[in-house]
Design a protein around this ligand. Structure first.
Ligand SMILES: C=C(O[C@H]1C=CC=C(C(=O)O)[C@@H]1O)C(=O)O
Length: 402
């Protein structure tokens, strides 16, 4: 349902606060997001008190927001925030004011203001759970060493070990402000927030599309290789090592192998080129298919099932890399490196890999990051890379006034 917006303008910060307030008071699940380069913020509310699940055959799914963990589900299901209410509001950077649907403003005015930010909506994590959730540096270094050894032994070409970083939830943590900062700092990312009662509450800024379908057009990308952007024109001056070029080429090969599996020969491939995500540079290739010309109307769902988890977040071959991570990583990825995004909204589905992300609990915020390992990797450098990746979200969470 598309709502008309109220005439009264409010600041973008206030709008975010009111959306969050209404979302938590609604009692169901909700999500908000801003697509890369878009000037609009989109929101869905679902009043269902029980987390909804759908099959990941997306053609049959109503409008909404999908949330799938890293682990494949035996029943091919994902969590789903059905679009019982959907609206979008202007949210350009240079436009400090915006409008909300009238009902949200009324809802927020009537409600209890103290609930505007309510960490008690989030699950509580015990100290014991924090300890075993994979944030230890020595554990990660050892994991990378083991990864390199396994690649050298020939059982895998690449693997993507990950870690967490846990921050304390401070009293001055301001969710609306963190989101506003993420939105304006990362205009090329998919900035997102979703809340599934009793399941999880996550905030992130992903640079990686897993699949997108819009009308007859299908799109996916291979993204890998990381360096910190430096200098005046980082996109032009970036140089890539053989290790990074190979790492990204493996992700592209993985996509082409998926096309081969379904005998799809007509696709466009462009790249790789250097792209910017926050203060990081990556190598990216773009893949496009016309679903009408290739007579493949269900390509989105088919590729979603074939691609996830890609070798940008798991490794290659996928099965061996996944088994290695399960045996050695030592923590549960949950929704990290899973996939999230709007489905069948205005004839478009945009599903992102859930990277540069954090889960919120009553007392902690857990950041997640991984790094692609090949035989030329250096454990200390991979640790540094995950620090920088964690910081993309972390720096807007640790200090409320950032
Ligand atoms: C696994 C992550 O990034 C992936 C995407 C781009 C570059 C990557 C890399 O250089 O390792 C990773 O494959 C992450 O951000 O946690």
């Amino acid at each position: 349902m598309i709502e008309s917006l109220a005439a009264k303008s409010i600041s973008q910060y206030e709008a975010l606060q009111q959306i969050l307030h209404a979302g938590f008071q609604f009692g169901g699940s909700f999500a908000l997001w801003k697509r890369p380069k878009s000037n609009e913020l989109e929101v869905v509310f679902d009043d269902s008190k029980l987390a909804r699940k759908v099959n990941i055959s997306l053609e049959d799914v109503p409008s909404g927001f999908i949330v799938h963990p890293f682990e494949d589900q035996a029943d091919h299901s994902a969590f789903f925030i059905e679009s019982k209410e959907y609206f979008k509001i202007p949210f350009a950077k240079d436009q400090s004011e915006t409008n909300l649907p009238e009902w949200i403003q009324k809802f927020a005015e009537q409600g209890d203001k103290s609930l505007q930010f309510a960490p008690d909506h989030f699950p509580k994590i015990s100290a014991q759970e924090i300890k075993k959730n994979g944030g230890d540096k020595e554990h990660f270094l050892e994991l990378v060493r083991k990864s390199i050894a396994a690649v050298k032994m020939g059982s895998m070409e690449k693997v993507v070990p990950a870690r967490t970083k846990t921050l304390e939830m401070t009293k001055d943590f301001d969710l609306g402000k963190s989101l506003l900062n993420l939105i304006h700092t990362y205009p090329n990312s998919f900035v997102n927030f979703f809340h599934l009662p009793d399941v999880g509450t996550w905030i992130g800024a992903s640079p990686e599309i897993l699949i997108e379908t819009s009308g007859d057009h299908f799109y996916t990308m291979s993204l890998a290789g990381t360096q910190v952007a430096k200098g005046e024109n980082p996109l032009k001056s970036a140089a890539w090592t053989q290790k990074e070029i190979e790492e990204q080429a493996l992700v592209s090969r993985y996509i082409v192998d998926c096309f081969k599996k379904i005998r799809l020969r007509e696709y466009e491939e462009h790249g790789p080129k250097t792209v910017m995500a926050g203060n990081l540079l990556h190598l990216r290739s773009d893949f496009r298919v016309n679903m009408k010309e290739t007579n493949f109307p269900q390509l989105g769902s088919v590729m979603l099932q074939l691609l996830h988890p890609t070798s940008a977040v798991c490794g290659m071959p996928r099965k061996e890399a996944h088994e290695f991570l399960k045996a050695n990583e030592g923590f549960e990825r949950k929704f990290f490196a899973g996939f999230i995004g709007p489905v069948n909204i205005e004839n478009k589905t945009s599903i992102y890999v859930n990277l540069r992300t954090a889960s919120l609990s009553q007392n902690t915020i857990t950041l997640y990051a991984g790094a692609g390992v090949t035989e030329d990797s250096d454990p200390e450098k991979e640790w540094e890379e995950t620090e920088v990746k964690c910081n993309i979200i972390g720096k807007f969470i640790q200090t409320a006034n950032n």
